[in-house]
Write a protein that binds this ligand. Structure first.
Ligand SMILES: Cc1ncc(COP(=O)(O)O)c(C=O)c1O
Length: 374
């Protein structure tokens, strides 16, 4: 990960109080042997439910599994269609296909890069069972509008919250106003494990027992397998890591937001477009996107300057080989295709220094001021 003047992440910076607090807890766990679904997991589940304002949280092995188990628990399967968005990460659609349903990939909006709910409404058909929205890059989808659409058509509503922990839509945090909120704690996420981890947040009790069984071989008790389950438990060591970090999340998200404001201000006069967000509480800036027709040249320029920019995502889901013959689209998702070619992410993490922000902005500015930008 070294060698960059402006790196993409600062993993070591996420461990305040490591030696005095987290390491002794991990040592105790290693010696206690409480490795699978022990106290550490239930404690973190409660902490996260409190933080979100959710009724319950069920910890699972990854964000991909959170989506898959949630869809499974909600009874989505072969013959069903789930409407979701072409501008997302692979797992959003793969989870739908994994439970045997068909992902229907609609376009995103050109202004906020999030699922176009009008396109979603137009895609509803007799087989549609659920709407799966994605709070992409850290910005909340309008959950009041999504909820209204789901109610109007009698659909289940599921949220892919992997990138948006802490973001609000209206008065609530994302992941609390739907049939299931699905979380990833992969290392790059705003709240990150030291490896894989995930969770499902629930607004009531209807599916919590079923999900607890599903993640644990479908067992109600040892050797009593009530349903076709999975082996997908949030790991106890990861639960300790996550519980250690959770109290810092609000501060870290605030710092991310301040960096994003600086980027918008410092780059505001350049021929760039940004993901539009009208309320600070709606965005936790997992990723900071900039959009330009000269994306590939700018990307090469930034990387040559030591700025570890990255493209998320270079191929929209409907064009990924894995989804050919598996997913379908209605109207061609043209905005998603354009964003795949014209956006890149600038480094953004809570401990980024002013010097690193200046370096990244200086590099972008020079690109547009010199022959590269012509
Ligand atoms: C939008 C989105 N959905 C789902 C996932 C899958 O999460 P995981 O990597 O924990 O399986 C990720 C992250 O990787 C993601 O960014």
């Amino acid at each position: 990960m070294g060698g960059w003047r402006v790196p993409r992440y600062d993993y070591p910076g996420q461990y305040p109080g490591l030696a005095g607090s987290l390491l002794p807890q991990i040592e105790r766990l290693l010696l206690d042997g409480d490795y699978i679904l022990g106290d550490a997991v239930s404690r973190f589940e409660r902490d996260l439910a409190d933080f979100l304002g959710a009724h319950a949280v069920v910890g699972v092995g990854s964000g991909t599994d959170a989506l898959t188990l949630a869809l499974d628990a909600l009874g989505i399967g072969p013959g069903d269609e789930v409407i979701t968005v072409a501008n997302s990460f692979y797992s959003t659609a793969s989870a739908v296909a994994r439970v045997g349903a068909t992902p229907v990939l609609v376009d995103c909006r050109a202004d906020n890069y999030l699922i176009d709910l009008d396109a979603a409404a137009a895609a509803v058909g007799p087989r549609t069972k659920a709407l799966l929205v994605v709070h992409l890059y850290g910005q909340a989808v309008d959950m009041a509008a999504a909820g209204e659409l789901a109610r109007r058509h009698g659909l289940l509503l599921v949220e892919d919250c992997a990138q948006a922990i802490g973001a609000h839509s209206g008065a609530s945090r994302v992941g609390t106003d739907s049939d299931a909120g699905c979380w990833s704690f992969a290392p790059s996420k705003n709240l990150a494990a030291a490896g894989d981890g995930g969770a499902i947040s629930l607004r009531d009790d209807r599916h919590s027992e079923q999900l607890r069984m599903l993640r644990h071989f479908g067992q109600a008790a040892q050797n009593d397998h009530r349903m076709l389950g999975y082996n997908s438990r949030l790991d106890s060591i990861q639960a300790l890591v996550l519980a250690h970090k959770l109290p810092h999340l609000e501060d870290w998200n605030r710092q991310r937001s301040q960096v994003a404001h600086q980027y918008r201000t410092m780059l505001g006069d350049l021929p760039l477009r940004f993901q539009q967000c009208h309320d600070d509480k709606e965005h936790v800036y997992h990723l900071f996107q900039i959009e330009t027709e000269r994306r590939d040249q700018l990307m090469a320029h930034l990387r040559a300057d030591g700025v570890d920019a990255v493209v998320r995502y270079p191929v929209p889901l409907h064009l990924q080989p894995a989804f050919q013959g598996v997913a379908r689209t209605g109207q061609r998702p043209e905005v998603s295709e354009r964003l795949a070619q014209q956006t890149l992410c600038l480094p953004l993490f809570p401990s980024i220094t002013q010097e690193q922000i200046d370096l990244a902005c200086g590099s972008v500015t020079r690109f547009f001021e010199t022959a590269h930008g012509a």
